[in-house]
Ligand binder design. Sequence first.
Ligand code: UN1
Length: 496
Amino acid sequence: MQHSDILSRFGLTSSGAGLTARSPVDGATLATVAETAPSQVSDIVANAARAFEAWRSVPAPRRGELVRLLGEELRAAKEDLGRLVSLEAGKIYQEGLGEVQEMIDICDFAVGLSRQLYGLTIASERPGHSMRETWHPAGPCLVISAFNFPVAVWSWNAALALVCGDPVVWKPSEKTPLTAAACQVIFDRAVARFGDAPANLSQIVQGGREVGEALVAHPGFPIVSATGSTRMGREVSKVVAERFGRSILELGGNNAMIVAPSADLDMALRAILFSAVGTCGQRCTTLRRLIVHRSVKDQLLPRLKAAYASVSIGSPLESGVLMGPLVDADAFKAMQRALDSAKAEGGTVTGGERTLADRFPNAYYVTPAIVEMPAQTEVVRHETFAPILYVLTYDTLDEAIALQNAVPQGLSSCIFSTDVRETERFLSAAGSDCGIANVNIGPSGAEIGGAFGGEKETGGGRESGSDSWKAYMRRQTATVNYSSALPLAQGIKFEI
Ligand code: UN1
């Protein structure tokens, strides 16, 4: 299929000027997308505020109906959107489809939730009084997302925010403006079928840093959900905190797998491959550190190197390919810098070279790298968004857990072991310090039903499943006196 055919499925045409959308597949320009000027931000915020006034009073199950329709439209557009994700973000088509499936799943989840925005009733200490907790819509929600999950991250936030009564303004990565524009088209299809939705429930702001900063600083957004680098999250959270807004941060990860002596190595091998090499190492949840018991290293590593050598690398749109390109030249440079540092810090590097440069001179395909490290040095403590897997060894589980936790990030983690004492210890309060901890599963590919996010420099936010919806609402405690007396709490007497 031609690039232009995929765009036409969504009625997208090139604006002639603005942001350039280019494909990591071959470096070609796909289209230009009109940019939003910072001066337009106040109108966008005013639109969102008007939408909020109407939407907050629509019954939540009716709001859920819009999200149900969005899920239906996503089902209908799954192949087209999956292909566009593949083209614009460079992930393989299977993963593009998986990302759209994640959107469909969160819509289903949110539809159910729209009838379950439960608060508590609480026993009042005063006679003739009742006390309850109500969850009200919080206001317009700003969503900032990254290139690597260009559509799913929006949907985790948007599906929840919409059933919670909050309009959404989305600032996608400037590297993936087309997939964002396609989502808006799909959303508009759902709105048209819904019938009486207020205008501007979802708006997109296309652009770079300047317009992003204007949005983040605006008090019209009580909720700011930001996914991306730790550097970006640190700046966003300061600005939002300064104006007493609420941030939901999902930032860098430095995810590890502990491979214990009792591990099923066949399973571990497959899990390592998908989570370290999949998406060309460009997931927040990508496996970056392999902490392997000294007694199994010599069995596992040769098999891993052989598996790495057989990974098919190429255009993510071609079937059979498992690993597509890095997103751009900067990502390639960052990968090479990290590998140079690793060597300087005593590491032995296998792989990590540029490949297919003759076929794709303007794109950045690499072989995945395995780096055996003598210790958890500085470079290992940093997240490099590339397929680099650092290998460390351990002797005792305590040592392995200490290594796993001794990084600034705290997103995802896992252990491969068939020893229940080890696995339970890993999941205990004294075990992994991450937001996600898995047993006999790699660190990536989380289901939407759980809360997604992590601690420390990962930012502490939770998105998607469980009770993450509460972050998109404001909690009100209401006490009602149905007696004819006015007793004070704490037994205080205050009478004239
Ligand atoms: C991300 O990389 O920003 O757990 C999100 C996973 C996916 C989401 C990744 N469900 O790998």
